[in-house]
Design a protein around this ligand. Sequence first.
Ligand code: 3PY
Ligand code: MG
Length: 254
Amino acid sequence: ALLKARNALHAGRTIVGHWHGSGCPLLAETVTATSDYDVLVVDCQHGIIDAPAAMAVMASVRNASPFVRLRDTSAAHIHHALDAGAMGLIAPLINTADDARAFVCEAMYPPLGSRSFGPVRASLLGLGGPGGYFASANESVLCWAMIETAAALHNVEQIAAVPGVHGVFIGPNDLSLSLGVPPSSNPQDPAVLQSIAKIRAAAHSASKKAGIFCGDGAFARRMADEGFDFVIAGTDTGLLQMGAARELEAVRAG
Ligand code: 3PY
Ligand code: MG
């Protein structure tokens, strides 16, 4: 399950993620035990989640690869997320190739980077053969650079080309804001859609993967059809909100 996302991407399949912002391990376990998502993303930027909660959520994930959307790209936070068991990192607001290099550097053990050693929980996961976690971490952990500003859009070719960046990942809300339109997880604005297509093409020209946050399954399907390799379909709080409203409506409408 740990390498589910990585193996599927290597096989050329589009992976589907669930986005988790509540910090509640039971919700993460419920979703991943009952659905076949490839990834559960623990959102440490906008989710209400501190380091112990992020670890507890990752420990509750079943049959999916746990990823962390980082709060920022500080070395301490990156090391912590990985030591707690993240198999993928999604770094917000990567605007330049230098930002991307700094991010990837902290996610890799020497000689590729400057990740510090201490995989307190990650070493318990049973990853890798001889040499265990340490020997396999650099090639198992997937680094995604978020493209979500006009500056990042301008620099996307250079960002995608940075060695160690496995893929770029679009934040449609911030990208919309940065382009002067209201935030949306299901953007309809032609300029935003054009930018999304440009970012995907840039990733693929650099032989990298392309991912995008999507507000719902329908937009995720559309993005997968356009060639995206990683799409998000649903958030814990969003699904709860929709399900609660639907059931209440079923009662009241009756
Ligand atoms: C964005 O849309 O800006 C994101 O970061 C995804 O939630
Ligand atoms: Mg964002």
